[in-house]
Design a protein around this ligand. Structure first.
Ligand code: UFG
Length: 334
């Protein structure tokens, strides 16, 4: 029984592939390497280079490896990019997910775990935001993921497989053993940008908006460690294998940090007082998103262990230093 990890060469997918291998699971990775890296795939894991939308490739791969569960990470994930190029997001995240779900049905897959996002909520009227809050995405990225959620629920209902939709909050940090981590070129995510600035890879960090209605005027997010996030998927898989019903769950800790608090944590961890400029608001940024986080703990038995902001930042920093030490922007497992 093999688990297919799409996007397994990417930041979160490769962390997941490592955790599955660590726990003795058989894994196959499908990734088109558009943003992922072949070195990020755990050694010994078979990897197929190709698209999630390629039906023939999927059929062959699922038959050859006898895939019974799919963890679907492959996606485009940058909110401002989705505003500029929405149709690419609807192709990569919605249309290709449809192809994958269809192939899963044809191939008799029993369990499907889908990487969704807090972006489906938009600007929630109530914080912390619970899973039953009305989805009101503010970007094509959020809409593209919400549409995939809807397809998955309908297909599961019609064809009898079970799913877990996990809505990620702000994922950060790196593999605690530093085998993989965030390596995307030109990353836009706050902790990654702050760490790169601390290490001199960028001249400065800009804060997008200091006039939000929050205590220090900057936006608040629920930052979740990528290792804890992968653990939630392992718990979800165990839950489904044990016969649990299909669910939609938040993956966050239920606490928020402002942009200024994050910058402060990175300055403290790195010992570098790097340059920070105040800039205009970034279009489409909600003021505050924090997860109602009790359901995943209660229903999956998820026990996050890496949730301190200082741990998240320390791991992000250690990963970036490792990348720099190895040179040429590459890192290697081991
Ligand atoms: N920010 C800055 N300067 C930067 C980068 C970010 O001030 O250089 C601010 C943003 O304006 C925002 C906060 O830091 O207020 C977090 O921004 P990120 O770009 O790190 O993350 P987002 O909250 O925009 O988006 C992330 C994921 C999405 C997910 C969303 C859900 O990237 O995939 O969280 O909350 F949908």
């Amino acid at each position: 029984m093999t688990i297919l990890v799409t996007g397994g060469a990417g930041y979160i997918g490769s962390q997941m592939a490592y955790q599955l291998v660590d726990s003795g699971e058989r894994v196959v990775v499908l990734d088109n390497l558009s943003t992922g890296f072949d070195w990020a795939i755990p050694p010994g894991v078979p990897a197929v280079v190709g698209d999630v939308g390629d039906a023939r490739l999927l059929d062959a791969l699922m038959a050859e490896h006898r895939v019974r569960a799919i963890l679907h990470f492959a996606a485009s994930v940058v909110v401002p990019e989705s505003v500029a190029d929405p149709l690419r997001y609807y192709r990569n995240n919605t249309v290709n997910s449809r192809s994958l779900i269809e192939a899963a049905v044809r191939g008799g897959v029993e369990h499907f775990i889908f990487s969704s996002t807090a972006a489906v909520y938009g600007e929630p009227s109530k914080i912390p935001v619970a899973e039953d809050a009305p989805p009101r995405p503010m970007s094509p990225y959020g809409s593209s993921k919400l549409m995939a959620e809807i397809m998955l629920r309908d297909a599961a209902q019609a064809h009898g497989f079970r799913y877990m939709i996990l809505r990620y909050f702000n994922v950060a940090g790196a593999d605690p053993r530093l085998r993989t981590g965030q390596s995307t070129r030109g990353a836009t995510h706050l902790i990654k940008v702050a760490v790169e600035t601390a290490l001199g890879l960028r001249p400065k960090l800009e804060i997008f908006g200091t006039d939000y209605p929050t205590p220090d005027g900057t936006c608040i997010r629920d930052y979740i460690h990528v290792g804890d996030l992968a653990a939630a998927h392992s718990d979800a898989l165990r839950y489904l294998r044990d016969g649990g019903e299909s669910l939609t769950l938040n993956c966050g800790y239920g606490r928020g940090f402002s942009v200024l608090e994050v910058i402060d944590a990175v300055k403290r961890a790195s010992g570098v007082d790097f340059r920070v400029d105040f800039a205009a608001r970034r279009p489409g940024d909600p003021t505050r998103i924090v997860a109602a986080a009790d359901k995943a703990r209660a229903l999956l038995g998820w026990q996050p262990r890496l949730g301190d902001l200082s741990t998240i930042v320390a791991h992000a920093l250690a990963w970036e230093r490792k990348r720099m030490a190895l040179g040429s922007g590459q890192a290697h497992a081991g």
